[in-house]
Ligand binder design. Structure first.
Ligand SMILES: NC(=O)c1ccc[n+]([C@@H]2O[C@H](COP(=O)([O-])OP(=O)(O)OC[C@H]3O[C@@H](n4cnc5c(N)ncnc54)[C@H](O)[C@@H]3O)[C@@H](O)[C@H]2O)c1
Length: 395
């Protein structure tokens, strides 16, 4: 700790309760995976009442002695009300609302919706990834796109991704074959919809195209089928209206690359039912993901934060303040992000980034989200990022 010198006006550094808890916890060697982030440690502690109490009380005492009396912090909430903390991971959030409305049975987290076959519409980078994690979870998947050829290309992406895992020794060849055997490329939407319990839509981020698709799917699918959109920004409630089954409509926002990224934002529309929300939370967990239930609003949580940052990075480049590499290096090393915003834009696809910004402007009326002209020009030139072989970088 820094020693204060005469004339040094800066206040002494306060110590953080959460950090203290985590360090004490690690020192006690209560669990082997000591490199987990604090949130994991807290989740694990919240499930172990006795050590949780000891570690928390000792840490609280240490922090009060050092900092003096203070307002309750996140860690206080975690340890006093574990349900509040856990609810950020989805299961308890959906259970909580389910419980309050439907009584004791819901407490177990179960729901009576069974999902054994999923139709994924849109076989691009996201759709292919969603089909892959579906099949890896032991669930049959059908991939549909604007043509059989496009759907087969999506299947080809999955095969390539799995082959890479086999080459690296992370998956047995038989396992790859078994996963691939669970995915079918469909010739058309009507054939594809037969027998599906859930449709996950992952077509281009175009409100009109999505609205049209949901209208078609509403005609084709039986009323029991659940509809989920992987949209990055478009209102779940408005697509739910297009689908004519608002209670069975939900957002299931996977992150890119789907097989690697842990988070799924589960987006509740205004009329999404509790049982559908629970079923999707359960499904996300079955796929090995960490669901977080959020409310419907423009760009939800992740993109509301990430996309304006990407836009600002594009303005920074356009104004000649630094190069693409310079901007990304600043953010990576200065903010500790694994990927710079321009490299992230290339990964997402610049067309998708511009579409999300347009939705944000349309939904909020706030001009701060206007897409950077450089982004628009790059989209017009076909420099869409990784998927086109060139964006801010060459691939
Ligand atoms: N790219 C990302 O990082 C990312 C992350 C999360 C969510 N999303 C969302 O996922 C969705 C798909 O994004 P992507 O990156 O996979 O795009 P993509 O361009 O890679 O793929 C889109 C696919 O949809 C198909 N398609 C377009 N219109 C169709 C229609 N009417 N019927 C059937 N298929 C149609 C296209 O042929 C293409 O194969 C978008 O809503 C996007 O916002 C993207």
């Amino acid at each position: 700790m820094r020693i204060r010198e005469r004339g040094d006006e800066s206040p002494p550094r306060k110590i953080d309760l959460l950090e203290t808890v985590v360090h004490r916890h690690r020192d006690l060697r209560l669990r082997p995976d000591r490199d987990d982030p604090p949130s994991h440690t807290c989740n694990s502690l919240a499930k172990r009442p006795a050590p949780r109490c000891r570690v928390y009380l000792a840490s609280r005492k240490q922090v009060s002695a050092h900092n003096g009396p203070s307002q309750p912090s996140t860690a206080d909430y975690v340890f006093h009300q574990p349900i509040l903390f856990s609810c950020s991971t989805g299961r308890e959030e959906s259970n909580r609302s389910y419980r309050s409305k439907k009584g004791a049975d819901a407490r177990k987290g179960g729901c009576n919706v069974s999902i054994s076959k999923i139709l994924v519409v849109g076989a691009g980078q996201m759709g292919a990834g969603i089909a892959q994690v579906t099949a890896q979870a032991g669930i049959d998947a059908t991939l549909a796109d604007i043509s059989l050829d496009h759907a087969q290309r999506g299947l080809g992406r999955v095969s390539k991704a799995l082959s890479r895992l086999v080459d690296k020794g992370r998956m047995a060849a038989e396992q790859k074959d078994s996963i691939l055997s669970r995915i079918t490329a469909a010739p058309d939407l009507e054939a594809a919809a037969a027998g599906a319990d859930l449709v996950i839509e992952a077509i281009a981020e175009d409100p009109a195209a999505k609205s049209d698709l949901w209208g078609r799917l509403a005609d084709i699918c039986t009323p029991e089928v659940i509809f989920a959109s992987n949209t990055s920004s478009i209102s779940i409630t408005s697509m739910a209206r297009d689908s004519r089954r608002p209670d069975r409509f939900i957002g299931m926002h996977f992150m890119n690359p789907v097989p690697l990224m842990q988070l799924v934002e589960v987006v509740r529309g205004l009329e999404t039912s509790d049982s559908v929300c629970d079923a999707i939370v359960e499904l996300a967990r079955k796929m090995g993901k960490e669901p977080v239930v959020v409310s419907d609003s423009a760009a939800f949580v992740v993109n509301r934060i990430a996309i304006p940052m990407i836009n600002e990075a594009a303005f920074t480049l356009m104004e000649g303040i630094s190069t693409a590499e310079g901007i990304d290096t600043c953010v990576k090393l200065g903010l500790n992000h694994p990927l710079g915003p321009l490299a992230l834009a290339d990964l997402i696809g610049l067309d998708t980034v511009v579409s999300i910004l347009e939705v944000m402007v349309a939904e909020t009326g706030d001009p701060k989200y206007r897409p950077c002209p450089l982004l628009r020009r790059m989209v017009a030139a076909g420099r869409l990022g990784r998927k086109a072989g060139q964006g801010f970088y060459k691939y």
